[in-house]
Ligand binder design. Structure first.
Ligand code: 5GP
Length: 361
């Protein structure tokens, strides 16, 4: 496990609210409990529960939404999530989150994302690079900064994906895509379709996704999380997004098409096993894709909800599928080709991985 922690890593599939620390969620719940907004004991038992089915996970997400849909909470969680990823040597993070509205507290989708950006800016423990270099040349030079003890700070590149929730309307989805396009200069690099896979229809989101495509905004789709959505999987593959998440329930022909298409797949081992979408790790489609040299991105999904980390996911893949340190490192490095940030970032990441390899192998 030690070497998994030490290796530089790239995280491309992490949901902000699914990455929140349990301790923070409990603190927020206690505060709301004291004000009589929620029943703390009930929430505590849900948060502390370990194994959850897919249905239970989405109940938990609804609960987390109640706790965190507040500007200050969003800012805090963003800061903590970035610190947590940086502390395990994640050098590039594409963090996704669903912009939310809550009129009662004056929250719009825009102000929600502003709160996320405030969180990015408020990180002090590590250097956070989140503005594209062509927009802010000064930022691109900020490669080293020194902390109070005179030690060079670790650096993490962070970019944002705005998620469309499958429970939203087509109009709300379009609003998210337009917001993402407007916020490209602030480090937003794409859109994601996620949320309860049993909810919503592909056609509802298609106009917004087509609009994103017309404007060359990269798109990632949660695909094949339920066995009875094969038609939708087909539509998704035909749509040809830049990346897909999970890809669990595909029929044989769709599996063949996926491999032909070379659409990169974001794999979340612990999440898939915990939710029961994959029976055991030995049955996971990771190894088939790996052996076929299919573009593969090892990710956490929701490190808070599934009590995992990217280092643990690397360790799990290594021990379950018999992959050694160098194989894991090489697989992690190929993720650079599939990130949505610009060439400057890719170049810096290649340098980080090369200098690590020169020292370690
Ligand atoms: P948020 O977007 O609120 O920052 O992160 C939590 C949300 O991400 C959840 O409410 C849900 O919409 C989405 N999400 C997290 N994990 C999964 C997953 O495994 N599958 C799908 N389809 N959506 C997820």
């Amino acid at each position: 496990m030690e070497w998994c922690l030490k290796q530089p890593k790239i995280e491309l599939h992490a949901h902000l609210n699914g990455s929140a620390r349990d301790s923070t969620l409990l603190e927020l719940a206690r505060g709301l409990g004291e004000r009589g907004v929620v029943d703390f004991a009930t929430i505590e038992s849900v948060i502390r529960k370990n194994d959850r089915s897919l249905v239970e996970c989405f109940k938990l997400f609804d609960l987390i939404r109640v706790l965190t849909t507040d500007h200050a909470a969003v800012t805090r969680i963003t800061r903590e999530v970035i610190e947590d990823f940086a502390s395990e040597n994640v050098v590039y993070l594409e963090l996704r989150t669903t912009p939310k509205k809550n009129e009662a507290i004056g929250m719009s989708k825009r102000s929600y994302i502003q709160a996320v950006l405030d969180g990015l800016r408020s990180v002090d423990a590590v250097d956070v690079d989140f503005i594209p270099s062509d927009v802010n040349k000064a930022n691109s030079k900020k490669t080293l900064s020194i902390n109070d003890n005179g030690v060079t700070k670790t650096k993490i590149f962070v970019r944002l994906l705005l998620s469309i929730d499958r429970q939203e309307t087509g109009e709300a989805a379009m609003e998210t895509v337009k917001l993402a396009l407007e916020m490209k200069d602030l480090g937003v690099v794409g859109v994601d379709l996620s949320g309860n896979p049993a909810a919503g229809e592909w056609d509802t989101f298609l106009p917004a996704l087509n609009f994103a495509k017309e404007h060359e905004l990269p798109i990632v789709l949660h695909c094949g999380e339920l066995p009875d959505r094969l038609e939708e999987v087909q539509e998704m593959l035909n749509f040809y997004p830049q990346r897909i998440g999970h890809a669990i329930f595909l029929d044989d022909e769709q599996w063949r098409l996926l491999k032909l298409s070379k659409i990169p797949v974001e794999i979340c081992l612990t999440s898939n096993v915990h939710t029961g979408c994959v029976t055991t790790i030995d049955d996971h489609h990771f190894i088939d894709l790996y052996n076929s040299k299919h573009p593969l991105l090892l990710c956490t999904d929701d490190p808070g909800v599934f009590s995992t980390s990217l280092s643990r996911e690397h360790y799990l893949a290594s021990s379950a599928f018999g992959l050694g340190r160098e194989e894991m490192f090489e697989m992690g490095k190929t993720a650079i080709d599939y990130i949505f940030a610009d060439e400057r970032v890719k170049k810096e990441l290649r340098e980080i991985f090369s200098s690590f390899a020169a020292k370690e192998f």
